[in-house]
Design a protein around this ligand. Sequence first.
Ligand code: F58
Length: 837
Amino acid sequence: KEQWPKGDEKVWRAGTRGLDTDVPSITKTFVNHVQTSLARQAYNLDNLGAYQAAALSVRDNLLVNWNETQMNYTRKAPKRAYYLSLEFLMGRTLDNAMLNLGLKDKYVEGVKKLGFSIEDILEQERDAALGNGGLGRLAACYLDSSASQELPVWGYGLRYKYGIFQQLISPEGNQLEAPDPWLDNQNPWELPRLDVSYEVRFYGSADRLNDGSGRSNWHGGQEVLAVAYDVMIPGYNTPTTNNLRLWESKPKRGFDLNSFNAGDYEHAVESSNSAAAITSVLYPNDHTSFGKELRLKQQYFWTAASLQDIIRRFKNLGKPITEFPDYAAIQLNDTHPTLAIPELMRVLIDDEDLDWGTAWQIVTNTFFYTNHTVLPEALEKWPVPLIEHVLPRHMQIIYDINLFFLQAVEKKFPDDRDRLSRMSLIEEGQPKQVRMAHLACIGSRKVNGVAELHSDLVQTTILKDFVEFEGVSKFGNVTNGITPRRWLDQCNPELSALISKTLKLDKNVWLKDLTKLEGLLPFAEDKKFRTEWAAIKQRNKERLAHHVQTTLGLTVRTDAMYDVQIKRLHEYKRQTLNILGVIHRYLTLKAMTTAERAKTNRRVVFFAGKAAPAYYIAKLTIRLIVNVARVINADPDTKDFLQLYFLPDYSVSLAEVLIPASDISQHISTAGTEASGTSNMKFCLNGGLLLGTVDGANIEIAEEVGESNVFFFGHLTPAVEDLRHQHLYHPVPIEEKCPALANVLNEVSKGLFGDGGVYEPLLNTVRHGDYYLLTDDFDSYIAALAMVDEAYLDTEEWIKKSIRTTAKMGKFSSDRAILEYAESYWNIEAIPVAAAK
Ligand code: F58
């Protein structure tokens, strides 16, 4: 038995708090927080105050579990995994935390007794939007699944002061950006750990020691402090509560006293400003790499602080450093944390005095790299002069890694200079650049893509030479997943309840083994069940319509098919194809008689998504959508049959309202460009059908639910290269190739939706070059939409498809994905913890 560390154990135990599991203790804690944490009373407590009190009370419960979990990990000293991601798109926490604790019903009752409604309280919370899109949300789903499966996994990221910008739409339909000061109302979900901080160096110089050891002395430059903020990650239906550690930058010294005393106040605070700037804002670019010094500093700051923390924890075990990979697996979420590879080399060689070979052995057994894109413009490259300036020691190490690596390649493939220059970590040019994907690949034990097709493309295109050199067994696939807790139980509680009732299973069971949903299949034939199923979809549409009414003041009809495309605006995702399709439909409806129109399928089309602030074409697409909406929603001939909405400021919490309301959703990227997609999974899990291209995880969804339950169109991946070649070298005028599309473009040019000239640059991307193949896919897209309409008009068949789709989504639980990482990559095991008393 361990000895009690301090004072009288009994006194400690008497003061230790347990979980609040009944309504009276919940209301008591709530009221205590109102009184002492918020310094308010029943007289002046508004919804925001009530949210804060509820959050603090839930947080108390999380902390009890968090403490037990962390202590248990420390005692048992298992191998742990660390998920390094520059983005964690967490969304709101309160609802999720109550549900994962299994205390939601009690809280609903408790706040009601105190005169509040849980819905009003939940609406007060701001999203934690520390991410751009799929990559950041994946990280959040993976944390939920790790904790739910009691796996010792910590996340490491940055505590940005400003998350993804807030999107506003101007009267002309332009996207405007406003800052997202998400911390302004205080954040009850984080715990500042002022006692956990590390120094991180930038700039200075690195002098090689001439002792043949390969070591350097890196000195001078700027030193910045990384301070830890911990975010509790509760597992579902388990006391396991993991940790997400976010770093904040701050100056090592408050300000420069010499300059201050000399009266030069600006200079005095300059360095402290530049230290704080590192974690001030999330970069809002997606799918472009752009060599900004501050971004490089973010990446190094975060990887250096995280590694120091991980190494310190390992050293507490008292094991020799060579055993590091037996206790730590580090997953690199895309190439953003790749500097961790030269950084660990630096620590092992310069600080731990290891030789190169031993250090490289440790490094390549520690890291795992996930690739999320094969788009060439998205592959990270850093200019050599920039790295030399900011991280001089790391540039030396990267050159050394490259030297040993190319020597090995040369040995295996003698006299193949092309191969060497293709594989080099350094791309020749003005300036030279470091190819981060190459570095991540050779420094890792395993490399994976995020859906079958994508993983094949990684192995046959961007990393082909590496597969030939290192062998295919290093490369793999882990198809993405989503957490069914947030993306079904939380966002669609009525459907969740119907599923539990129908399967005669407690939701605790099927939410942790999503393949159980297959039990719904026979009920597709049950008329009564279908009616209940459809009624829930209808109420979810009403909930969405109500949301649009209260937030935008617009009246959306609910007796129509809801057709949704929500994701970042990008040419490869082809929102342009969708909006041009909408215009085509509008023109078709206009040309019909009233009687003909009455037979068509009513459709409401929703778009939402942000464009990178500097992405001109993407912003123009938003402008077109907004102005098309304005015209067609006001047209008395068509407005009963076609409505269009662009919902501003897309977020996780908006997705939670949109997804359950969708009948059909669109995932229509040019084949081979969308690595996986994850919202496709969310829609299907909620019984929405999928209209998509044969791309990313769409393919695996179709494999699961059956091709008859999805709507596929468009050219396949192997055709894309040839088609692009045709566009370049044998262009066919669009009027000939695709008259329907040519007509749509002309109507836009002629000013049907306001000044046509404005849209010329967007239309020209289709008319000339057409890199994303809209002219090749438009006709089959329109045909697919017609099939969707026809299928939807057969209501009973449609509901069957909807039920079958949900039933077959088990594979896409992020629990499955995380278990694949844990078993096949990280080699970690579940470490259950006893519930606190
Ligand atoms: C996304 N990538 C993929 N990147 O596009 C999507 O297919 C996939 O499902 C998802 O990852 C999860 O694997 C993505 O979201 C980014 O947002 C990066 C942010 C930082 C700059 C580069 C893009």
